[in-house]
Design a protein around this ligand. Sequence first.
Ligand SMILES: *Cc1c(COP(=O)(O)O)cnc(C)c1O
Length: 553
Amino acid sequence: MAVENRQAEASLDTLHRIFTVPEAPDSTLGRIEKEISENLNAFLQTHIAAQEKPLTEIEKDFSCASVPEQPSFVSEHTHFLLEKLVAQSVHTSAPTFIGHMTSALPYFLMPLSKIMIGLNQNLVKIETSKAFTPLERQVLGILHNLIYGERDAFYQRWMHSAEHSLGAFCSGGTIANITALWVARNNLLKPEGDFKGVAQEGLFRAMKHYGYDDLAVLVSERGHYSLKKAADVLGIGRDCLIAIKTDENNKICTEDLQNTIESLKARNIKPFAIVGVAGTTETGNIDPLDELADIALAHNCHFHVDAAWGGATLMSNKYRPLLKGIERADSVTIDAHKQLYIPMGAGMVIFKNPASMAAIEHHAEYILRKGSKDLGSHTLEGSRNGMAMLVFASLNIISRQGYELLINNSIEKARYFAELIKSDPEFELISAPELCLLTYRYVPEDTQKALAIANDEDKQAIHEALNDLTQYIQKRQRESGKSFVSRTRLMPEQWDRRITTVFRVVLANPLTTPDILSDVLKEQKQLALTSQQSLPKINAITARILSQANLSH
Ligand SMILES: *Cc1c(COP(=O)(O)O)cnc(C)c1O
């Protein structure tokens, strides 16, 4: 323990110690380590503060902008972290935290992640990663197999081939999507005759060479914002990421897609990639992938499937058919840090054709030599950690059967919750769960009746007040600290595409119980009654509409 007036000092001697001598078991750090390995949930429960503190208050603890001049004792600093950081962080592993795609992690990942950090391998090249490189290639092969199911000989031939790559491991879905569109762009604007390809000569000369006026990528209006970033960094421009209307189930309208492609082509704009979403971030719906594959084929477009969140459903033999057509995609994004229960920072993009990634290959003399198996020659990122090891371990420890149970359980829990919402006269289900994600809102019973007969103006007024109310309830619920659902804004078909604020729930934590779900609804009803502004307004309009209706009878 640090004594009050003892001051840590910077000397080579003490610096040697932090590289060689572990903290004593009874130090703060040692105690935390023990607590975490014994019961992480209990540790988090006792350390994360339930009451929300405003961010502006928290900022005060992080306001000094100079590099600390003097060293601190590890134990002392750990106290600071516990009090100021851990206490004010978010309990993403709580079974009542059902608002985001980040969920609880299995315990075995804690000690295993220490191996990862302890070894500190760099996957950019074999010299700094050795066995981690074949391990990562195997993980990519397993995911390729999960999506495309090629024969064993295919994997024996390509998985470890120096000149080929079945995909890239990266920090998340964003980089995965960028990589997919990067490959698609470079394969479209490839070297030809004197032209050395877009990778070498850039977009200006590529467009001149191929004679296009512009390029376009098409995705439904539910597409993830990372695709806009991709369009931006690839020089295509955000305006050229074209959003196609969705139907009442939040799935892309394929007729609109066809028409848009025709009209782009008529204007000498080359639509070069179609992106299907398998599990949209806001509603969890899956585009008709087979139809998209047909359209992409007919128009010679790269077909990418963004299955960052939903891709793990392929583990379930029962629900896998929901993603039918994904096996025809040229590339697929899957985030392991979503429904594969891996810590943050684990994304993958998989390519059907082992030769596709040659389009972005990059070599350098001192590393990534031609013909080497260095993973860095096919990744956007340079230095990368050995996160693939945790995916590998989870695949082995949990297994496909285990993942199937987790996935099935999540989907069935979401269906149960949807029934609970539908059977409650004070709630309205906005989007039904296709996977384990659903949206809904609180609407008083009488207001539901009033909405059914209201004129356009009243309908709009009620909707706006309901939007305020949903926002109010969601914020209060988060602040009260017992549970967390997220909120988003949709334009549901059933409400004439009016902007509608909704609660959004993702049911991925296996420890979330039916009782927790009932309690969430109960608390939301109670919070609604405390609203001083929106609810009275809603009730007043409701009363007027219903009494007018009665008079006219
Ligand atoms: C989460 C998500 C992404 C982005 O992934 P990150 O890991 O956050 O970069 C992309 N697409 C979809 C559909 C997602 O759900």
